[in-house]
Design a protein around this ligand. Sequence first.
Ligand code: ACO
Length: 328
Amino acid sequence: MSTFSYIKGLGFHVPERIYTNTDLEKIVDTNDEWITSRTGIKQRHVVEDETCHDLAYEASLKALQEAGMEAEELTHVIVATFTGDMPIPSTSCLLMERLGIKNIAAMDLSAACSGFVYAVEVARALINLDPTAKILVCGAEVVTSRVNWEDRSTCVLFGDGAGAAVMVAGTGDESGKILDTLVRADGNHGMNLTVKGGGSAYSYKAGDTVGVENFVEMQGREIYKHAVRSMTSISNEILKRQGLSIDDVDVLLPHQANMRIIEAVGKKLGILREKVFANVDKYGNTSAASIPIALADARESGFIKDGDLVLLATFGGGLTWGSSLIQF
Ligand code: ACO
């Protein structure tokens, strides 16, 4: 009997402070009508003094609790993020320390908004190597730390938060079975979506002033087209690889970047609108945290029910994209 990876527990956490579209009208020249009609976003959660690993910690506690596991049982911690607390130590090491555990593997993974699905793929490979592995996979971001609050074309899009999943091996048909995962990238178009500052090619000297390169810069239209194309094609590819059709899917759960993108992907895939999960209106785009927040939210709210086949589709900077099929 072949070994599969299972999601045993899910959890998410967002900071308390909320910026509504109306709040943003006081910061940049924008308005609720523009943001709502172009993106579907109504509000986003923004940190006050929490760090990335604080958010990851709260989400992880919930995922561990749902899995019925203690942190001491974990063998690996993976945090997908591009807005970790600091380059060194990694956010996964900070998270481990906070969870009160040591002497296990910890690493951060950088694939922008696709980071969580990439981390799931890495965890699946680790579980195949060692079926006793118990892996905490987290997507955690303080995207607002990398947002230029003077750039209305980007600052309205993002929010902060974290989502976490506990992954273990199994063989049966219990809930959370990951049937397949696919991840892809294309560096040719990477410069359409950048955060350059702080990287070694854009490093600062003591006393330098931070410029716009420190923040998200984006060719919105290019990214929009890539997002729709890539999420649609990888979803079709993973379904084909599993001998399934879109009619077998109970829930499509896409990266929560923009409602227009989410609806366009659903339409191209030919899935009923009521099967498509969206919470971008409440949280905005939380990058690598978006998929695990959406998964945990959809499970908690009953949108994903026992027995449902869930299709994840994601895209992000790099450019990167990916998909996963999970049987709950
Ligand atoms: N409020 C009011 N007006 C605005 C705002 C704003 N917040 N932002 C831009 N505008 C103006 C522009 O200045 C422009 O005005 P002009 O015509 O006078 O020059 C006008 O609105 C149209 O701007 P566009 O950029 O052409 O607007 P578009 O319809 O393309 O929508 C958007 C922009 C929403 C960003 C869209 O391109 C998009 O969704 N792209 C994908 C972005 C995305 O999802 N990124 C996530 C990437 S991060 C990740 O997930 C990895």
